[in-house]
Write a protein that binds this ligand. Sequence first.
Ligand SMILES: Nc1ncnc2c1ncn2[C@@H]1O[C@H](COP(=O)(O)OP(=O)(O)O)[C@@H](O)[C@H]1O
Ligand SMILES: [Mg+2]
Length: 229
Amino acid sequence: MLEVAGVHTYYGESHILHGVSLRVAEGEAVALLGRNGAGKTTLIRSIVGFTPPREGRILFEGAPIHAWPPYRISRRGVALVPQGRRIFAPLTVRENLLLGARADGWTLERVFELFPRLRERAAQAGGTLSGGEQQMLAIGRALLTNGRLLLLDEPSEGLAPILVREIGRVVKGLKGQRLSILLVEQNYHLALQVADRVYVMNKGQIVYEGTPQGLEADEEVKRRYLGVA
Ligand SMILES: Nc1ncnc2c1ncn2[C@@H]1O[C@H](COP(=O)(O)OP(=O)(O)O)[C@@H](O)[C@H]1O
Ligand SMILES: [Mg+2]
């Protein structure tokens, strides 16, 4: 589904990603963990075309997308829940949801079934929602683009534990069907709860690749790169 191979990405002269390779198979949920500043968002930006790699390849369903503009990558089937949610505060919940909507599979009705809270708030301005509700809105908006690969950049950031569990439950439920998932997280427990496979990134490089069980057992990697005791 997604193949990132030897990607180098820069901001101007700052060399951030140093030969990153990663795969997401069809129907798979993959977690990308790593400390603040490791380069996780930069990798997401590389995949969706906001900050294209200067070297390396990115294939989506076999198509080399690494030099495509963002709108084309999105239209091809890559959906993004960006870090910080990026809700349009003055627009209503319904308007936010329908912004990038494409008919095929996910409908407003299905999103409201997944997140009943959004139905109750459909006519309210996005900016009036709580953090958890805004995250549901960001996920609903991405689902309505009806992509086949869903990228989530730290969906649990700033949420209370009960909402983190709720997001975990929802993301887990989305897996399979027609969706593959790449979940970027700093929340180790959420990532391990959702993922079939895990990568850990540090200083722009992949430093661990394996199963959740393998990572759970690797005290060295957990301590050095994740700060998990
Ligand atoms: N727009 C930018 N311009 C220059 N440097 C940036 C920019 N965005 C991020 N960086 C730097 O790139 C590195 C990786 O950041 P980022 O990808 O956001 O990490 P993460 O998402 O893992 O926290 C950090 O050192 C950060 O300071
Ligand atoms: Mg980030």
